[in-house]
Design a protein around this ligand. Structure first.
Ligand SMILES: Cc1cc2nc3c(=O)[nH]c(=O)nc-3n(C[C@H](O)[C@H](O)[C@H](O)COP(=O)(O)OP(=O)(O)OC[C@H]3O[C@@H](n4cnc5c(N)ncnc54)[C@H](O)[C@@H]3O)c2cc1C
Length: 462
């Protein structure tokens, strides 16, 4: 267990606010928790409005109901203002999460003056101490370099920093190696690629309806995209769905079904399994995209399977849903201890690393697990999970409750972490099955899916 992340509070330091980076749901929960502890706080948000990352996927319905999506300190403040909580069992879309919770919270008279929008944090350091310098470091205030959209920069001081800046704006590239594939930048610049979850059924419908669309990825984002494409194909039958998955098993994505304690998450996997069984998509299991080449208004994608066989397919659009990664550049002057694989806070890695288990169930954790070698600096929210995909809002709310208590000196309260997360129903007991499928594309765990061949080059599994 890490040492308590205690910060020295010289008079000058204690007069400074705690800086929260990012006005997403967890950053704003941090503000509410710090306010409840009587600590001064400033929230710096890069965009011109709060919850900017969620706006990008506002059309997607959350799989956790409202009862999991509201922070306790935020709820107290909101209820004092006469706000009515949405029905606890309902599942909001991202847009509803903003409209019915995040925005009202941000507009409260206690919270609004704390938020500065158009204030991107581009660097954090200790005032007068570069990363190498140790003696006296812990009593120096944090120095944050802010940049607005016009490029103007300024510096602000803080006694502590909670980085809740999320990961959504740093999508993973197409390459299975973690690097962009040849041709990726050119295809992106030509508007033929999209990262994340485009709004296929409304705002961006015209770009996809009746087209050949290749989806790459095997997480919840890919599931949402594929299900929307399935709906689009029902309305516009010329729409062709192509799906490339690097792994050889879809067990994890199809999920725990009825065993998932979040029914909507279980349903997502089940619906996707049904879509694949209908046979209306070309599934390329155990393949990676190795290169893209523009062909007029389309892209020729080269797919390589595990035996090295190449397949070429033509798509009008490619949707890359291969996850996100944290932006660590702004933390260059901070002494960090991150897990080398997940880029998450090191102590969380064994709980969330998808290489180790599939359930994504985390034990309660708080300020101790989130402490960094830089006293007073924490990463919270989805960024604390680094590249791991299983973060839930309820986790983030408990993280910032514990951190706020620690910063206020209430170590007993900070240590009393309580987190009861809904299980996915696909826990570690399934891993050997998945591992078998991952090591051999002809393994026994081959899913019950009709795989439509798309070109002359087939896989070695036949
Ligand atoms: C499609 C999708 C569905 C999800 N569904 C669920 C669900 O059903 N239930 C659930 O519990 N969780 C769900 N999650 C996971 C998670 O709860 C969300 O990603 C949530 O938005 C994380 O909140 P956050 O506050 O940590 O980060 P974010 O919401 O990503 O907020 C980060 C904020 O920081 C700002 N920012 C970024 N960089 C900077 C910077 N340098 N300086 C200042 N500001 C910056 C951004 O503009 C943004 O406003 C889902 C995630 C996705 C992507």
């Amino acid at each position: 267990m890490n040492a308590i992340n205690r910060i020295e509070t010289t008079p000058a330091l204690s007069a400074l606010p705690v800086a929260v980076i990012g006005a997403g749901p967890v950053g704003l929960a941090a503000a509410a928790q710090l306010l409840a502890r009587g600590l001064p706080v400033r929230v710096y948000e890069a965009a011109s409005a709060v919850a900017d990352h969620i706006r990008a996927w506002g059309h997607v319905r959350l799989f956790s109901p409202w009862s999991f999506n509201i922070d306790a300190a935020a709820r107290t403040l909101l209820e004092q203002s006469g706000w009515q909580a949405p029905a606890p069992a309902r599942h909001p879309t991202g847009a509803e999460l903003i409209a019915d919770y995040v925005q009202p919270l941000a507009e409260l008279p206690q919270i609004k003056p704390l938020i500065e929008t158009d204030a991107r944090v581009v660097g954090i350091a200790r005032q007068g101490f570069d990363k190498m310098k140790t003696a006296g470091r812990e009593t120096a205030p944090f120095l944050l370099l802010l940049r607005n959209q016009a490029g103007a920069e300024r510096q602000v001081l803080a006694r502590a920093v909670i980085d809740c800046s999320g990961t959504w704006s740093q999508p993973n590239p197409l390459g299975a190696s973690g690097l962009p594939v040849p041709g990726e930048h050119e295809a992106a610049a030509a508007g033929l690629l999209a990262y994340g979850i485009p709004d296929l059924l409304a705002a961006e419908r015209a770009q996809y309806a009746g087209r050949r669309v290749l989806v790459v990825g095997a997480g919840h984002s890919a599931a949402n995209v594929l299900l929307d494409l399935g709906r689009l194909a029902q309305a516009t039958p010329e729409t062709t769905i192509l799906w490339a998955v690097r792994g050889a098993s879809l067990t994890r994505l199809f999920g725990g079904g009825a065993n998932d304690q979040l029914a909507a998450r279980g349903a997502l996997g089940r619906d996707l399994e049904r879509l694949t069984q209908d046979g209306n998509l070309d599934l390329h299991l155990g393949t990676e995209v190795v290169a893209l080449r523009r062909q007029d208004d389309a892209v020729l994608a080269s797919l390589r399977d595990r035996s090295g066989v190449l397949t070429e397919i033509v798509a009008d659009r490619i949707i890359i849903a291969t996850g996100q990664r944290p932006d660590l550049a702004m933390l260059r002057e901070i002494r960090l201890d991150l897990d080398p694989a997940t880029e998450s806070t090191r102590m969380l890695a064994p709980l969330i690393d998808p290489n180790l288990h599939s359930c994504g169930t985390v034990r309660p954790h708080g300020h101790r697990e989130l402490a960094q070698p830089e006293p007073g600096f924490y990463i919270a929210g989805i960024k604390s999970y680094g590249r791991a995909p299983t973060f839930l809002l309820a986790t983030g709310y408990e993280q910032v409750r514990s951190i706020a208590a620690a910063l206020a000196g209430d170590i007993a309260g900070a240590d009393d972490v309580q987190l009861n997360l809904p299980e996915t129903g696909v826990c570690s007991s399934n891993l050997p099955l998945e591992a078998a499928a991952e090591t051999s594309c002809c393994g026994t765990a081959k899913p019950r899916i009709r795989v439509k061949a798309t070109s002359s080059a087939g896989s070695s599994c036949g």
